[in-house]
Design a protein around this ligand. Structure first.
Ligand code: TXA
Ligand code: MG
Length: 383
């Protein structure tokens, strides 16, 4: 355990003293959580194996899941990568600094545990002024996963970081809420053709302009538990609140009708439910047995993305056992939002346009309740 120190910092003009303090902690091999434009990252010196090991320990992350290395500028890539393909320059010019991560050949200096022993490394240049100032001040490539406990929703505020990592991180730079709210898009340039590993802040439609041969999987990539293959970090259970999440598919009226049946059953079984729906649909759910949380206007994908993880955490703090979340259409940022909700739901979809055996579904919810009574949510104790 360490004493976690929170340093408030101006997100637009970060105070040099706080940046210098955090940079010194990184140079000493310790951990600093910092805001990026996507989510908060948990940073350590990517050239220092012991420092990197601390990240995995703090997050309780499996060593098989590699980390992203953050750089102050695109020219720094030569410090961490080899055989850099020409596409990097084109992509960097257009999307860096920004929410795009590129997987390339790992350079010899990078601690091998950053890449979980692979010969590749994921790199990105974040656009947030605090991240940029920190990377510049320490003059080191910084390995940083999202600053949450493994499989929990990613943190978009310093309070989320503290809730998950109090006593496990030396400094949290609190620069307020992040703007994008979802992680970067990850593209593997070491495969031919290049492969989209994770949809994220840069919509895939924009990437296709510069990478026309990019392979975009039709459905979210899903790796089996314990599988350490081509697509690490694609585990189905990810971004999950403590409650069991189910996606509600179908048109608004049919979904509402299905939800009502399910909610009555849950209520009868003594289970508490939450609903996550676009603003337009939230009035439909008034008066039902559920905590209703709006995800923002359906047409405003920026707003939906920005607060998505915060809303999943909010539903947890309301103490619900089950969350029914409306599915979001793919396209633009919607593809990344859809991917995160799908993983939060561990792939469980209830299709209002098809027959659903509600009795069987309810029976399956009972174990969830028993698990909840022994495994109380603790992640929101600071909120
Ligand atoms: O927006 C973001 O990307 C945030 C901020 C902090 O930069 N970071 C982030 O890191 O989301 P993390 O560790 O939560 O997700 C990194 C993703 C994982 O899916 C991981 O498997 C993948 O990138 N990744 C990292 N290195 C890789 C590699 N060498 N090959 C394939 N995938 C890799
Ligand atoms: Mg993560």
């Amino acid at each position: 355990m360490v004493q976690t120190q929170i340093l408030h910092i101006d997100p637009h003009q970060p105070e040099p003293a706080a940046i210098a303090e955090a940079a010194a902690v990184l140079a000493a091999g310790r951990l600093v959580a910092f805001p990026t434009e996507t989510v908060y990252g948990l940073g350590a010196n990517a050239l220092d194996r012991d420092a990197v090991e601390r990240i995995f320990a703090a997050k309780q992350r499996p060593f098989s899941d590699p980390l992203i290395v953050h750089l102050a500028g695109a020219t720094q890539i030569e410090r961490v990568a080899e055989q850099i393909p020409p596409a990097v320059e084109r992509l960097a010019e257009r999307f860096w600094p920004g929410p795009l991560t590129l997987v390339v050949r790992r350079g010899a200096q990078v601690a091998p545990n950053v890449s979980a022993g692979r010969d590749t490394v994921a790199v990105r240049v974040p656009a947030h002024p605090v991240a940029h100032a920190l990377l510049t001040a320490c003059d080191l490539p910084i390995a940083a996963p999202s600053a949450n406990l493994f499989s929990r929703p990613s943190p978009t505020t310093a309070q989320h970081v503290l809730a998950d990592l109090d006593g496990r991180v030396d400094i949290i730079l609190d620069g307020g809420p992040t703007t994008i709210g979802l992680e970067s898009t990850v593209v593997d340039l070491t495969q031919t053709p290049p492969v989209l590993l994770r949809p994220g802040g840069v919509p895939v439609e924009l990437l296709l302009d510069l990478l026309p041969d990019l392979y975009v999987p039709a459905a979210p990539l899903i790796a089996a538990e314990g599988e350490a293959t081509a697509s690490p970090g694609t585990l189905l259970k990810h971004y999950s609140p403590h409650a069991s999440v189910f996606l509600l598919r179908g048109d608004g009226i049919a979904a509402r009708a299905l939800a009502q049946t399910l909610l009555e059953g849950l209520h009868g079984a003594g289970l508490r439910a939450g609903i996550l729906v676009p603003d337009e649909e939230s009035p439909l759910y008034a008066g039902l047995h559920a905590e209703v949380v709006s995800m923002g206007p359906a047409a405003d994908l920026l707003a939906v993305a920005r607060y998505l993880f915060a809303r999943l955490r909010e539903l947890d703090s309301l103490g619900v056992d089950v969350i029914l979340a409306r599915e979001v259409a793919a396209g633009g940022l919607g593809t990344a939002i859809r991917d995160r909700l799908f993983r939060a739901a561990e792939g469980r979809v209830l299709d209002a346009g098809a027959p659903v055996d509600t009795q069987r579904w309810l029976a399956a919810m009972q174990p969830a309740r028993q698990a909840m009574t022994t495994d109380q949510p603790e992640s929101n104790r600071h909120e």
